[in-house]
Ligand binder design. Structure first.
Ligand code: ATP
Length: 367
């Protein structure tokens, strides 16, 4: 792992590395390989600092997200995260540890950005869709909604348990604005779909009302609406109709997995959790205990998340060199994944995690 900035004229980025548990560790090794290849073949350089976190960290140090790790994330230019949590390591109340979600709250990473892109027609279970014909982004509100009740629901004796949906004006405004700004920058369908359940829940009617207030500031972008249940149907029937989707935390959690299934599964779904002062980049998947340790996890979601990190750093810092490298990585992944038969077993391919990472590195170097 590159641990210090190489002597170059260009600025060096400090990246906190939180590999975590299970396949998180395996796919992180591939992302690090990619960053190293970029570092060796461009003016960019990275100082990658690993920090302990996750269920394994809890077993060792008694805390799945030590304060030193959170502080390291605050100090870094960006955070790369693998995956965290193990089914057998739980809090005394029986809930699983979710330090990656705790980190979103601690760093106020309110926009969960989940791009969904079809790299090869064989990856989708749907008929008649070619490369790039599924291309949308889910913006999941990340720090309120039903998840505001995480670790804080009400339990009365052994008889009643309540988790509440929390929607605020400020929280909805900022995530909706983020979605409209993204639609504007993407230059595709110029459409933002608000996904809610405004016909039933007061909280969701409030969410839609705030969406409409923000939409008024973007007259060139089409406003679109869907109830969450109908949206599950539409995404399967006509995913090509969507551009940017904005929704409440729990709905976004569920829709993200459905959407990943449209383009090859969790191993193809990257994500970025973005706030005003920090950002964490991680695959949408969990620690996949069913395949962990076998060397067959798909590293593409993790590698694409590293690409999202480069794009975000480029934008934040006005760094055109970094923007070029983000584009280079994106084009390389597109080229490799468009090749017939290439992939890990989840894509019906025969490559190991490290072999797919090596294929990306080889293509990057040969350009
Ligand atoms: P979490 O709740 O922590 O997000 P989860 O319960 O949704 O996790 P995952 O760990 O994401 O579960 O796994 C869901 C399914 O996707 C499993 O069958 C797993 O093997 C598969 N999967 C997840 N990540 C990958 C990957 N990188 N490559 C291949 N398959 C994966």
């Amino acid at each position: 792992m590159p641990t210090a900035c190489q002597a170059k004229d260009h600025r060096c980025y400090q990246i906190a590395i939180l590999a975590g548990d299970g396949v998180g560790v395996e796919v992180m090794a591939e992302a690090v390989k990619i960053l190293d290849a970029i570092q060796q073949t461009s003016p960019l350089s990275f100082d990658l600092k690993p920090y302990p976190c996750g269920a394994g960290c809890y077993l060792k140090y008694g805390d799945p997200l030590p304060e030193t790790t959170v502080e390291g994330c605050r100090q870094a230019d960006a955070v790369l995260l693998g995956a965290m949590g193990l089914p057998d390591v739980r809090w005394p109340d029986g809930t699983e540890m979710r330090p990656q979600v705790d980190l979103r709250f601690k760093l106020d990473l309110y926009a969960g950005v989940r791009p969904i892109y079809l790299y090869h027609p064989d990856h989708t279970p749907l008929k008649g869709l070619g490369t790039g014909e599924i291309d949308f982004v889910i913006i999941r509100e990340n720090v309120e909604g039903l998840f505001a009740s995480m670790n804080a629901g009400i339990q009365i004796r052994e008889e009643v348990a309540i988790d509440s949906m929390v929607i605020t004006q400020m929280g909805t405004e900022r995530v909706t604005r983020f979605a409209f700004e993204l639609a504007d920058r993407r230059h595709r369908q110029q459409k933002v779909t608000c996904v809610d359940k405004a016909n039933v829940f007061r909280s969701m009617a409030f969410f839609r009302q705030i969406y409409d207030q923000i939409a008024a500031d973007y007259p060139k972008i089409t406003s679109d609406y869907a109830y969450i249940d109908a949206m599950a149907l539409y995404l399967v029937q006509r995913p090509q109709d969507y551009d940017v989707i904005v929704t409440e935390n729990m709905y976004g959690d569920i829709l993200s997995d459905l959407a990943a299934g449209l383009v090859g599964g969790m191993g193809m779904a990257p994500s970025a959790d973005i706030g005003d002062k920090a950002a964490v980049f991680q695959p949408s998947h969990g620690t996949a205990p069913d395949i962990a340790g076998k060397g067959i996890a798909n590293p593409i979601a993790m590698i694409l998340s590293a690409g999202l990190m480069l794009s975000w750093l480029a934008e934040q810092q006005g760094d055109t060199v970094c923007a070029d490298q983000a584009k280079r990585l994106s084009e390389t992944v597109t080229q490799v994944m468009a090749t017939d038969g290439i992939g890990t077993p989840d894509l019906n391919g025969h490559l190991k995690t490290s072999e797919l990472g090596d294929a990306i590195v080889a293509t990057l170097r040969n350009e």
